[in-house]
Design a protein around this ligand. Sequence first.
Ligand SMILES: [Mg+2]
Length: 204
Amino acid sequence: MRHQFVFGVDLDGVCGDYIAALKPFVAKEKGIDPDALTDEVTWNCPEWGITKEEYEEMHARALKEQRLFLHMPTYPDVSEALWELSNAGIWIRIITHRLFLSGSHALVASDTVQWLDNVGIPYRDICFIGGKQEVGADLYIEDNPNNINALRTYDKSVIVFDQPYNRTLPGPRVTNWQEAKEIALETLTQYNRFHTPLPGMDDI
Ligand SMILES: [Mg+2]
């Protein structure tokens, strides 16, 4: 029996606008206006005048003090697009590496699933894992350059969700969920064409 087409969907920087969520917390810590902090950031946000260690410390505190994962804004159309894909027969698998800070796993896991319900994102299962290639998916959508490169090393198909820190990577690249939906539907069509048995083959 052929398996259902699985779409592996990352959360931060793909479904939710992580930078927009973190920015007010960092601005408050620095005592400045959030608008003074650019959106054009590279990994760990050095453009905000913070070191990697300061970034990690603020990220960890924002999870608890601001409930970052419960209140993160979504990108436009993500709920509608994923519902349409789900209704088209695609298995939505959330794959996120949010559990990398010990001591906050219960909060992160519960805020994540509550947020998914609150914003209306459909999914059939959820994986908290760093090595995303370990989790089966026929197509992934991802923003983290390291994850994109790792998945491609394992010959996985990955849509790059456009962010300032991944612009040097080759596509397919999307800037919104309408484009992501179209690529996923096209990939599903190709998958079905390849996996549908020829007439009569079941009888052999
Ligand atoms: Mg991400």
